[in-house]
Design a protein around this ligand. Structure first.
Ligand SMILES: O=C(CO)[C@@H](O)[C@H](O)CF
Length: 532
């Protein structure tokens, strides 16, 4: 008799990932499908299409469906025993949206187990290129939404954030205003997370409170849609979204398609999917007082918070593992893609060379500072590359190794400055929990530890959103009995201490942080000002 296991999925920007864990929370299987490499027919770059206006960014929804077909076939051919899966949950990149064409629910409910999903579902999407979190083309919709509800701070007080271009409500408003016929032909709008859950459920899955908090549409206190926000975005939106549910909800059992085609047990439970960052919070077993930093396509900083105060910067989301509390999140769009571009320019594409350059330069970089935003940054709103020497003079370039350190120190100083602006205090007991691809790189983590003057811990897998989704699959089965996620995963491996701050780091970075904050005011995007 095979031992029961639980699956965690992550439909992220660049790849689809899956993790299987056993009853002892040990990882027994990991796999991924990389969109650019494994599905070249879609011709994405970093899993996305950056449109010619440099603001619109989308991903082809059928690529996500085909990636699921592909990874399930990989698991099947590797002999994975699907019948042992007791429950599954998952995560999706936040804010992205999927538009199901009228009549699609019948197709979804009746897909033939003789065919891969992408063949059955290819006609089901009224929008074939889904807007995703990297999009910044909805400034006019954001202004209209803030205007309609009484201003930016009021919108933040209702939904946890002021209007952000990538947030789903503004994306829906853009589609409604530019393609009203497409909107009319749409019977359901999912987030990437609830779209992925729908594929497993075989019907439309609801949006969960936590990922729903990233839409500028959900009242995060009462956890219901805000009528004024819905009406400001598009008519008939509530019926297209369905009712939001607690993130630990068991949505039902797996669609018969999976039992017939892959051998899943018909009793396999589907637990609500959520956003990648909320799922990472679960995977990292974040506790109050910790700071989590996810170094992925986007870099995100998030923390568990009891009594949040929504502000004009950053986001407050419903907590995915405890519906009574919240999580604060800061998103930095120029994350791993920015690091990879500088690695290409300054370290011949090699992480070893990148790390050597980082180790060969002094902490504080002799006062050289840099702001590296290949795409329009979210935190702060700025774009372009801006370098300053120790006398705050703008310079056009740095030697390669100085450039590498300026990038990494700049990325982490921004995180500390904006976390402290959100009210977070780095305290003696502060732990930084790092995840994501770059969390494997100790030289990068050393800079993080020095800038925050705090120890950095990592967890076994960089796929914290996947792992968190597998934990949430277990938690969903017992949440109704008021068992906390922390209790469910108490036997999981503790985060491991990776690096501690270099002596003198606090004194070294304090003046640099002050300079960085002042210079940041100079590089903030101001469409009317002449370029710097
Ligand atoms: O926009 C973000 C968070 O607000 C990103 O971290 C996406 O979730 C990445 F998928």
């Amino acid at each position: 008799m095979a031992s029961p296991c639980y699956l965690g999925w992550d439909f992220s920007t660049q790849q689809l990932k899956v993790i299987a864990i056993d009853e002892q929370l040990r990882v027994i299987y990991e796999d991924n499908v990389h969109f650019d490499k494994d599905l070249p027919e879609f011709k994405t770059q970093g899993g996305v299409y950056i449109h010619s206006d440099r603001l619109t960014v989308t991903s082809p929804v059928l690529m996500w469906v085909k990636a699921l077909d592909m990874i399930l076939e990989k698991m099947k051919s590797s002999g994975f025993n699907f019948s042992q899966v007791r429950a599954l949950s998952g995560a999706g990149q936040q804010h992205g949206s999927v538009y199901w064409k009228k009549g699609s629910i019948q197709i979804l409910k009746n897909v033939s187990s003789e065919l891969p999903l992408h063949q059955s579902l290819k006609g089901c999407f009224s929008v074939s290129n889904s807007p995703i979190w990297m999009d910044s083309s909805t400034a006019s919709q954001c202004n209209a939404l803030e205007e309609a509800v009484g201003g930016a701070q009021h919108l933040a007080s209702i939904t946890g954030s002021r209007a952000y271009e990538r947030f789903t409500g503004n994306q829906i408003a853009k589609i409604y205003s530019q393609n009203p016929e497409v909107y009319k032909q749409t019977e359901r709008i999912s987030l990437v997370s609830s779209f992925a859950a729908s594929l497993f459920l075989g019907t439309y899955a609801p949006i969960d409170y936590s990922d729903g908090s990233g839409m500028n549409l959900l009242q995060i206190w009462e956890k219901v849609w805000s009528k004024s926000c819905l009406d400001a975005c598009a008519p008939g939106l509530e019926e297209r979204l369905g009712c939001p549910v607690p993130s630990h909800s068991v949505l039902g059992t797996i669609s018969p398609y999976y039992s017939q085609r892959y051998g899943f047990s018909p009793d396999c439970k589907i637990v609500a999917f959520t956003g990648d960052n909320p799922a990472s919070l679960a995977g990292m077993r974040l506790q109050e007082g910790d700071i989590a930093i996810s170094l992925g396509t986007s870099d995100t900083l998030f923390l568990w918070i009891q009594e949040p105060t929504p502000a004009l910067e950053g986001h407050i989301l419903c907590n995915p593992v405890d519906s009574q509390t919240y999580m604060a999140l800061l998103c930095f769009k120029n994350g791993s893609l920015m690091r990879e571009r500088i690695r290409g320019d300054c370290a011949s594409g090699s992480w070893d060379e990148f790390s050597k350059a980082l180790s060969s330069t002094v902490a504080g970089n002799n006062g050289n500072l840099g702001f590296y935003f290949d795409v329009m940054e979210i935190t702060p709103e700025a774009v372009g590359i801006h370098r300053f020497n120790r006398d705050n003079q703008k310079v056009s370039g740095f030697p390669k190794e100085v450039e590498i350190r300026a990038l990494i120190e700049g990325q982490f100083m921004a995180k500390r400055i904006h976390a402290e602006k959100l009210g977070y205090k780095v305290l003696p007991r502060t732990r930084i929990l790092a995840t994501g691809g770059a969390s494997h790189n100790k030289t990068i983590l050393q800079v993080l530890s020095d800038v925050f003057n705090a120890p950095v811990y990592t967890i076994d897998t960089a796929n914290s959103a996947c792992l968190g989704s597998a934990y949430r699959a277990i938690h969903g089965l017992v949440a109704e009995r008021n068992v906390s996620l922390a209790d469910v995963v108490k036997s999981a491996p503790e985060p491991r201490l990776a690096v501690t701050p270099t002596a003198g780091a606090e004194e070294l970075y304090r003046p640099l942080l002050k300079r960085y904050a002042e210079l940041e005011q100079k590089v903030i995007y101001n469409p009317t000002s002449s370029c710097l």
